[in-house]
Design a protein around this ligand. Sequence first.
Ligand code: GLP
Length: 268
Amino acid sequence: MQIIIFDDAQQVAANAAEWVAELINKKSNPVLGLATGSTPISLYQQLVNKYQANQLSFKNTTSFNLDEYLGINASNEQSYRHFMNENLFDHVDIDKNRTFLPTCNQGENPRAQGLAYEEKIKQAGGVDLQILGIGANGHIGFNEPTSSLASRTRIKTLTKQTLTDNSRLFKQDEFQPTLAMTMGIATILDARYVLLMATGEKKSQAVKDMIAGPLSAMCPASALQMHENTIVLLDKAAASKLEEQEYYQWANDQNIKINQKFGLYHNY
Ligand code: GLP
């Protein structure tokens, strides 16, 4: 894992945008894995800014989102499709026919939908760069604690903690789904690069468990310890429980020099 600690959330977003932009500018048909939640919103804002400044085009980009609520229509304001349109897709030149979410509409078989989503990712050539946030309980996507580390796209029941954490996004009388479709942990590990963003003190324990804890289904993000190319972007608050901060800083100083010479990616 490459762990990079910034002063604040804005710097985290700016650096994440550099990773995305370099991939898109270097690869002819990039495939992005995208995430929802509050954390990546400022990344999407930065990408929109870059597009508007003619520094970036999404014309050849395909995207796969991590997750989507079950049985929620795309027109529903709470759907992750709506979130993606609002925060990114409507403001850039991406072909919406090549933006995918693991949807499962009323009456559809979630198992069949999960398999079909895996197949679609494969046909697109696999995810080049997967953007991730992290839940306060260590979840990635909607892979809640106890999720199989070998899991694939499937239906998941959300934990009480996640429902409470996300309830801030729902109005008082609004229906809050308890089930979701999510890429599995093995699906996420298949991505060539993983870029996880975490900001705020509330994430500090999950961040510590992910980086320094044991590999365990109780902290699904710890599975990233098994991934060859994971970059973790943190603000100071999210990093506050890490004991090896000085080493991460030192290692990052060396990485910056290497990246300046050879680019951010090994293979693009
Ligand atoms: C949600 C999403 C995750 C996201 C996480 C943290 O439930 N399914 O993909 O990373 O929770 O969200 P936030 O960035 O709002 O803290």
